[in-house]
Design a protein around this ligand. Structure first.
Ligand code: SAM
Length: 311
């Protein structure tokens, strides 16, 4: 794992422009910071999706559960399961026959999720998988029970279009006709509202972005001086892409495991994209990757949509 982290970091920082993969945000500290982000006033995404879950949990149970046949509820990038627990509780209360399969790259968050599920829902059948999305997809079985796949929190928006299509196409090939996916998409809206979600007043999203440097410093013998960089998110309303950057405020050279990395003044590292969508784009994504859109579910402000796709 560390070797892969080191390779990805050095590859990304030796390119021009420089990049770091966003999946490395998530260690124990990153998981805690993301939980704080979800509670921020500016971070509307979690509250919108939570509202949709509370409103539509009963319709979703009807869609997902086929009489008494068992189904797998598979979640990519499950995190702390805050919204999913609304479904889990409703499904269990109504005697649904299913197994919950959360997949996440962070062993820390999965362990916390497993412990909390054991306490809150002792009768729930759970199988946790710690892996990268793409590796987890490779080992997904497409025989047996019906699969219902969750991909929430607009995690899909962290993929560039080409990777999103590769991920979704591979997913559709792993599923059987009639299987469903429920994907959360953050919709295009007032650019000021979007930008604030990635640049809150308390600086929690900044600390989350800087956690990449903290991890490099502690795990890869790096010597980033965090005071010599700035957190800088940008939203482009033309493409719907929010990009997060860490920008070097001066010319400097840092070292990672004895490898020198040079920065010009105001040179940036790209750390994450968070794509915003409209319904036309969502339909294009579904149809390009082998799905059809079955139904869209919105929050009251139409800030966010959970789109149910059929294989
Ligand atoms: C933005 S959080 C969202 C969590 C949850 N889905 C929600 O909606 O609240 C993203 C989650 O996906 C996980 N993750 C990020 N990149 C991943 C990857 N490449 N493979 C597997 N999990 C990943 C993170 O560890 C984190 O728990």
């Amino acid at each position: 794992m560390i070797e892969q982290f080191a390779r990805d970091v050095l590859d990304g920082l030796q390119q021009y422009p420089k990049t770091l993969p966003s999946k490395y945000f998530y260690d124990k500290k990153g998981d805690e910071l993301f939980q704080q982000i979800m509670e921020l006033d500016e971070y509307y995404l979690t509250r919108c999706e939570y509202e949709i879950f509370r409103t539509h949990k009963a319709s979703w149970l009807e869609m997902f559960a086929n009489a008494t046949e068992k189904f797998n509820l598979i979640e990519f990038g499950a995190g702390d399961g805050f919204k999913t627990k609304v479904l889990l509780k409703h499904f269990l209360d109504n005697g649904a026959n299913f197994q919950y399969v959360p997949i996440d790259i962070s062993g820390n968050v999965l362990k916390l999720l497993e412990t909390s599920l054991g306490k809150e829902y002792p009768d729930l059948s759970v199988r946790c998988i710690q892996n990268d999305y793409f590796k987890a997809l490779e080992s997904m079985e497409n025989g047996g029970s019906r699969n219902i796949v969750l991909f929430l929190g607009s995690n899909i928006g962290n993929f560039y279009d080409e990777s999103a299509i590769t991920f979704l196409t591979t997913l559709s090939q792993r599923l059987k006709p009639g299987d469903l996916v429920l994907i959360g998409f953050d919709l295009m809206k007032d650019p000021d509202v979007i930008l604030k979600a990635y640049n809150d007043d308390k600086g929690v999203t900044a600390a989350f972005n800087f956690n990449l440097f903290d991890r490099i410093n502690t795990e890869l013998e790096g010597n980033f001086d965090l005071t010599k960089f700035r957190h800088c998110p940008v939203y482009d309303p033309l493409t719907g892409t929010t990009s997060s950057y860490l920008v070097s405020t001066e010319q400097q050279t840092i070292e990672i495991m004895d490898t020198a990395i040079h920065f010009e003044a105001w040179e940036a590292i790209h750390t994450e994209i968070s794509q915003k969508y409209n319904l036309k784009e969502i339909t294009r994504l579904a149809e390009t990757s082998g799905f059809s859109v079955k139904q869209n579910f919105f929050d009251g402000r139409r800030y966010f949509v959970n789109s149910v796709w059929q294989r």
